[in-house]
Design a protein around this ligand. Structure first.
Ligand code: UD1
Length: 423
């Protein structure tokens, strides 16, 4: 197992944002809907992407990932292998559950392990199941597996809102099943995240008929067959937001290339309130110049276009160094606070109360031995490490390899003092 050793750093220079992990994964699953070839550009080279490649290869697809270009060859899905995602894969990557919709649509049969909870809290799949049942699927849960079958899927009106609002992957699953269903489907309370918009654009490119991308109402007219295409994945807004947080925490001006500022409005607005001058060029280059003193702010996480839960931990790391008291309300995953104890070990003063965290800013944080608990919490600890006196040892960094492409070399290019060592 590897660890990161991180030293206090002043960052400078330019960083290029990779393709979005959360857009790439459902789009890879969507290639199961067609027998024709797909060429997908800007795919990040990540552990999660490799896990999805493994699942698709298990189903008979021929896949190559070369310098960000993913080629998915036209082999037919092996009917005998519709037992797609065993627990050991789904457990490491929840997004593998979104093979359920496409497999059901294409083979009329699928068996996928239930993902279960994780360190960020319980992660139910009731909305996925409800939406697919509305389309006519017969779904049973047995021995930790979700088994789905349908003679045919039939378009209908589906309300997909849950206790915590819309669901990104439930929208993806139900949408992917509906594109090959008979007749018209309406998905109400669909997720509006840019990753879902990107999935819709991909599906349209392979011949699906969908209206309403980027809105909570998706209208789908089922088609009989889909084709292949060439398609480019959107930039990773969470990676871009992570570098914005790093710039603030280390009080270092940096330049971000290749992000889409329209996907980052709430994040840029929050960074400005904390105290950064942010300029955006015509070519979407983002220039961040943090103030010498950071201001405390209140942040509430919401579905898009609200502040993303996937950046809550990284911005908490910044607010540990603001002058005053900040409040974070976590409305998507009320238990997503594993990083609090680790940040407190670095000298932060954070109190958690249910879905809220109260952060009393300190003048300094101090390097320590700390434990990464999940993907985004790991990024928060890297940011805290870069902004702390002395050095930090971040253990269990395998989480970060799941979702950040070349994180060490990107920070090093920004003059971040960070290295990977054997734990
Ligand atoms: C996706 C992202 C993840 C991000 C999350 C929220 C991927 C691969 N992952 O995860 O990084 O943190 O969106 O933006 O894209 N819920 C239910 N029932 C369900 C499904 C979800 O109640 O059937 C709840 C969840 O517990 C959570 C909320 O809905 O409270 C949103 O979760 P959801 O959007 O489904 O997250 P994912 O799609 O799994």
């Amino acid at each position: 197992m590897d660890k990161f050793v991180v030293y206090k750093s002043k960052l400078s220079g330019e960083v290029k944002i990779s393709g979005s992990k959360n857009a790439a994964l459902p789009i890879m699953a969507a290639t199961l809907l067609t027998d024709q070839d797909c060429l997908i550009y800007n795919v990040p080279d990540l552990k999660d992407v490799k896990t999805m490649i493994g699942i698709l290869e298990g189903l008979g697809k021929k896949i190559k990932l070369n310098r960000g270009t993913l080629s998915v060859k036209s082999n037919k899905i092996k009917k005998t292998k519709n037992f797609i995602a065993p627990y050991n894969l789904v457990r490491t990557m929840r997004a593998s559950f979104c093979c359920l919709g496409p497999l059901l649509a294409k083979l009329k049969k699928a068996k996928v392990a239930l993902p279960g909870g994780c360190v960020i809290g319980p992660r139910p799949v009731d909305l996925h199941i409800k939406g697919l049942r509305d389309l006519g699927a017969d779904i049973t849960i047995e021995r930790g597996y979700c088994q789905a079958k349908a003679k045919k899927l039939k378009g209908t009106h589906i309300y997909l809102g849950g206790a915590f609002g819309s669901s990104v992957l439930a929208t993806a699953n139900v949408l992917m099943a509906a594109v090959l269903a008979e007749g018209d489907t309406v998905i109400e309370h669909a997720a509006c995240e840019p990753e879902i918009e990107c999935l819709v654009l991909f599906l349209k490119k392979i011949g699906a008929r969908i209206e309403g991308e980027g809105t909570p109402i998706l209208k789908i007219r089922g088609v009989k067959k889909l084709s292949g295409c060439e398609f480019k994945i959107i930039p990773d807004r969470i990676e871009a937001g992570t570098f914005i947080a790093a710039s603030l925490a280390t009080k270092s001006p940096i330049t971000i290339k290749g992000a889409n500022p329209l996907h980052l409005t709430s994040v840029i607005e929050t960074a400005r309130r904390i105290g950064a001058e942010i300029k955006i060029d015509k070519d979407s280059t983002i220039f961040i110049k943090p103030a010498k003193k950071l201001k405390p702010v209140n942040i509430t996480t919401f579905p898009f276009p609200g502040f993303p839960t996937d950046l809550q931990a990284q911005f908490m790391a910044c607010l540990c160094l603001a002058e005053g008291i900040s409040l974070i309300a976590e409305k998507i995953y009320p238990d997503r606070f594993m990083h609090v104890a680790e940040l407190n070990r670095m000298g932060a003063s954070i109190q958690r109360n249910g879905p809220y965290a109260i952060i009393e800013g300190k003048e300094k944080l101090y390097g320590a031995e700390i434990m990464a608990s999940d993907l985004r919490a790991s990024a928060a600890l890297v940011i805290a490490g870069l902004a702390s006196e002395g050095n930090s040892q971040i253990l269990r960094v395998y989480h970060i390899d799941r979702g950040y492409e070349k994180i060490i070399s990107k920070f090093r290019k920004l003059n971040g003092k960070i290295k990977r060592e054997k734990q």
